[in-house]
Design a protein around this ligand. Structure first.
Ligand SMILES: NC(=O)c1ccc[n+]([C@@H]2O[C@H](COP(=O)([O-])OP(=O)(O)OC[C@H]3O[C@@H](n4cnc5c(N)ncnc54)[C@H](OP(=O)(O)O)[C@@H]3O)[C@@H](O)[C@H]2O)c1
Length: 304
């Protein structure tokens, strides 16, 4: 399938493909094959993180994928993330120099000499949060990353960064789907030109992370009204997953579906032959239930 994937702008020089391949919960020994297959299927963005412990496999999969497709490194957008250290898990937040060293370790594991997007994975850095951000600004200035951003940051965390006068994040990767639409956070991000990147777009699917060992905090009540998406998908002649992903890209969010199934991998890229009409977009707007399922943002006005 020849795929032309639209892109969203991150900064003057960098665009992010509207669909990327997610790698969370892909085991290290399965990662290279999955990423190689994703690139061969048409994916041009791979999303990983140091905490997924699969950066080596991602790097190997990229090298195989480039060989198979005869593409070059510049054709692939690579995101990885800094684990900031979470005192709630007994970890010490990383200092500014430790962030610089951790970035180099990620690059070495990936076998790359730059990444397209480097994110602070979560706001758990606490008192080190600003120093961590300063380190990302330095990495961009040094040309080691093309764009920088954050993940799971709420409005207060973004305001905290703004108050420093440092350059603002170019993206915030957050859980976004019809059940968790976060309109206030999105408005704040739009005001500050911070691109939304959506993860766990498929959370409303009844089968989402249904496999053994894949955690899901979904209640039976949540599972009960999924017929809305099933009915809507049937109207457009697409799968429920395609409908949910299309909602993301149509809302202006880059999406990151993860699948190990080759057919679903290809299906999740095929989002540009239909569009959701305004009546259905309005109906989906009414389905927001607030906080996420994969990640609780908690109180959006809290700086913790
Ligand atoms: N920044 C963060 O804190 C954060 C948090 C979570 C995720 N992420 C990123 O976002 C990516 C995506 O999020 P996610 O992995 O949580 O969930 P997701 O991509 O929304 O959903 C993955 C689940 O849906 C299934 N699936 C995929 N395509 C399908 C289809 N077409 N039909 C039916 N089922 C399908 C997958 O199973 P199969 O593999 O069997 O198809 C898997 O169980 C992650 O991989 C990661 O890169 C970031």
């Amino acid at each position: 399938m020849a795929t032309t994937i639209p892109a969203f702008r991150l900064n003057a020089d960098t665009e992010i493909p509207a669909v990327g391949f997610g790698t969370y919960l892909i085991q290290p020994d399965e990662t290279a094959a999955a990423v190689g297959a994703a690139i061969a299927s048409g994916y041009r963005h791979i999303d990983t993180a140091s905490v997924y412990e699969n950066e080596e496999g991602v790097g190997e999969g990229i090298r195989t994928g480039l060989k198979t497709t005869r593409l070059s490194r510049e054709d692939i957008f690579v995101t990885t993330k800094l684990w900031p250290g979470n005192p709630g898990w007994g970890e010490r937040p990383k200092s500014e120099p430790e962030v610089l060293a951790e970035f180099d370790a990620s690059l070495a594991r990936l076998g790359l000499d730059y990444v397209d997007l480097y994110l602070i994975h979560s706001p758990h850095g606490g008192t080190q949060r600003i120093g961590q951000w300063r380190a990302l600004v330095q990495l961009k200035q040094a040309g080691k990353v093309r764009s920088i951003g954050v993940s799971n940051f709420n409005q207060k965390h973004l305001e905290e960064l703004k108050a420093t006068g440092l350059p603002m994040p170019e993206a915030n990767q957050i859980e976004l789907h019809p059940w968790s639409q976060k309109p206030a956070l999105i408005a704040c991000m739009r005001e500050n030109s911070i691109a939304p990147i959506a993860y766990s777009s498929l959370a409303p699917l009844s089968t989402w992370r249904a496999g053994p060992g894949q955690e899901s905090a979904k209640t039976d009540k949540m599972k009960a009204d999924s017929h809305v998406f099933i009915d809507m998908a049937a109207k457009y002649g697409v799968s429920e997953a395609q409908l949910l992903l299309r909602w993301g890209v149509q809302s202006g969010y880059a999406v990151l579906p993860k699948s190990l199934n080759p057919q679903r991998m290809r299906q999740n890229l095929d989002l540009f032959r239909f569009s959701i009409d305004s009546e259905d977009m309005d109906l989906i707007k009414t389905m927001d239930r607030g906080d996420g399922i994969a990640w609780s943002m908690g109180d959006p006005t809290s700086i913790e």
